[in-house]
Design a protein around this ligand. Structure first.
Ligand code: PDD
Length: 331
């Protein structure tokens, strides 16, 4: 099937309508519809993923060859999607190769429609709900999952925000105890994000009974005396794809990492605080509840990990390029 043409002219300066993939069809976002009885709408009964797909120059590529699409840590994102679906008993509609091909197709469709510049990083959103059925809480029999894939320009913190760091507030974590499932039932997280917005800060960092869990849409890291700490993987936090990545980057940088429970006093006594997510990469927190964190400026552990993060992106770009060259050599 060919991608539908955009409803607006990509050369007119008017924003082109994004193209989404919904249940087997590429369709303009403004025309995409799901029935009101979709359990994603009725119960928040669904799973999602957010994958950064960078547009990067590949070392070794011909000058002028253009940027490569690099779906960053895609295997880990798709493995987490499979795990979350499995935990809530929704059949995974695709295998890894199927998801990869679908993501590439949605990106191409948006590039062709002028909704995504070829050299712009993309934020790919995947959602699978249990499907459409007469309202009733328990799983209905014989329903087909609803599948949505979107690819929007990736909006990341700007250089000024990275240079100055961000402010956060704390609040009690009142969410359910299945935070390891990347569920679309995000009301608890939505309320925490709204709490941050109302305080005019970047994120709300949550504590459950006095122990650090995570922020409304990011994992939280504490630096003390040159070592890096994060709450252990458990049902109380979402294991971010950057959780494993930052562990690797810390090792690469010679920074000691320990997963351990962090109490409120240790959080407030941090030398540096960091948040990580697909859309933020790694970002320094310099103010917590109106008090400066450490020196009140982004610190050396942040700087080292941020640089290492950029090197990890370049490594993945080289791997994508090498795989493409190997494929071309076989033809
Ligand atoms: N959120 N914890 C929560 C509650 C999150 O929502 C996220 C990411 C993370 C970090 O996970 P990762 O490193 O895989 O992005 C941790 C995404 C970006 C979102 O909901 O838009």
């Amino acid at each position: 099937m060919n991608a539908p043409t955009s409803t607006s002219n990509p050369h007119s300066g008017e924003a082109a309508e994004p193209i989404v993939w919904l249940n087997g069809e590429l369709t303009p976002l403004c025309e995409a519809r799901v029935p009101v009885l979709d359990r994603g709408f009725i119960f928040g009964d669904g799973i999602y993923e957010v994958v950064p797909v960078y547009a990067l120059e590949a070392e070794g590529a011909e000058p002028g060859a253009g940027k490569l699409r690099v779906p960053f840590r895609i295997a880990q994102h798709l493995a987490r999607l499979a795990r979350s679906l499995d935990k809530v008993g929704i059949a995974n509609p695709f295998d890894e190769a199927g998801w990869r091909a679908l993501i590439a197709r949605v990106i191409e469709a948006n590039e062709a429609a002028g909704a995504l510049a070829r050299d712009a990083h993309a934020n790919v959103y995947l959602q699978v709900t249990r499907g459409v059925a007469k309202r009733g809480h328990a799983f209905p029999a014989g329903v087909t999952p609803t599948v949505l894939v979107m690819a929007n320009p990736l909006v990341m913190p700007g250089a000024a925000q990275r240079a100055s760091g961000v402010a956060c507030v704390t609040a009690e974590d009142r969410r359910w105890l299945n935070c390891d499932i990347k569920s679309t039932s995000l009301l608890g997280n939505v309320l925490m994000a709204q709490n941050a917005a109302e305080h005019g800060v970047f994120e709300t960092i949550q504590l459950r009974d006095g122990w650090l869990t995570e922020a409304s849409s990011s994992n939280v890291w504490v630096v003390k005396d040159g070592a890096l700490y994060a709450p252990p993987r458990s049902n109380k936090i979402l294991e971010g794809i950057r959780y494993g990545l930052v562990e690797e980057l810390a090792q690469e940088c010679g920074i000691r990492f320990e997963a351990r429970e962090i109490d409120e006093a240790a959080l407030r006594a941090a030398d540096e605080l960091l948040v990580t997510s697909a859309t933020k990469e790694i970002l320094p927190v310099v103010e917590l509840d109106g008090q400066g964190v450490g020196s009140g400026k982004p610190g050396p552990v942040y700087a080292a990990l941020y640089e290492a993060y950029q090197r990890a992106k370049a490594r993945e770009a080289r791997a994508v390029f090498a795989a493409r060259e190997a494929l071309a050599a076989c033809k």
